[in-house]
Ligand binder design. Sequence first.
Ligand code: KIV
Ligand code: ZN
Length: 393
Amino acid sequence: MDKTRIQIFDTTLRDGEQVPGCKLNKDQKLRLARTLEELGVDVIEAGFPISSPGDFEAVQAISAAAGDVTICALSRAVEKDIEAAAGAIKPAKRPRIHTGIGTSDSHIKFKFNATREAVMERAIAAVKFAKKFVEDVEFYAEDAGRTDNEFLAQICEAVVKAGATVLNIPDTTGYCLPREYGDKIKYLVEHIKGVDKVTISTHCHNDLGLATANSIEGVINGARQIECTINGLGERAGNTSLEECVMILQQHPYLGFVTGIHTQMLNPVSRLVSDEMGMPVQPNKAIVGSNAFAHSSGIHQDGVIKKRETYEIINPMDVGVDKSSIILTARSGRAALAYRLKELGHHITKLELDVLYSRFLQIADQQKEVIDDDLHRLIEAKDKVIASYSHKN
Ligand code: KIV
Ligand code: ZN
């Protein structure tokens, strides 16, 4: 089966960097941009150049250093924003301007105190203006998730006519249900004249924890670019997690989609972004959390020790984790204790295991986790433990 290539548009350096406390300096942005290119993303949204001179310089430096990856800069539908974006991405081999405007009735009324017609005019003018600087212009219909589909299709068709090459359909507030978002993309595919010449993009926020599900539904219904960030960083509850989308498409090959991401880099890149931004990753985060390949209950541990696939749907090495880990707690069984002791180089008999396991449970009940030092001490005291056990029995 021929697989369809999905473009990965990484916005860690723009939407991700908007997170309070995550601001990066120019060198950090440059370092991360180089890493994202190595990771295999297709587009790097490097920043919002009009927002500050520092961000302009960072986008400019990233553009100068970039290879074949597309470098994109954000702007509002405002000429001075577009000029700043164009100036910053000028050195890039593949520059893209990302411009747009709010299209939901809520944005039109409360943000702009305008009408649908006036917003449509501004959108067309912005795309035409951006086209004076670059060929590749992406249009975002902010709050598309809550925009009436008929109007959304009309404004998208108008900007395609004006020269837009990519149509970004953001669920800015993270409101949509997966089926609703998928239906929206399908509606656009079916109702925009000229849609076959452009790429439809998802950009989903995670306010209801649905960003990844919505992006995947978008792709299933015709989107060919996913906007996402490492570790799901982004405004409020975050943006779509790059690592989750990439691994969903990889682990479900029958869907027929591929990305250009080198998945073995996912965990190292996640750690790098977390360190540079000073933003820890929650331990139970899919793919890159410290518990993503850790097993702590006896039933699961026994299964994983017999065959990893009983409780793991991803080979940890495919995402840059050396191996699954067996965490010893009061819920662990004998198999896990024997396995960890063997890993530490201690080979014990079945009788010794029975005796040590009782002592292990006493320790485990007193602490959250039994670590290697506890196991070494357990082995050092082995003869004494066995002697006292034999004495009692
Ligand atoms: O969430 C959003 O709508 C955005 C746009 C600026 C693309 O980040
Ligand atoms: Zn966003």
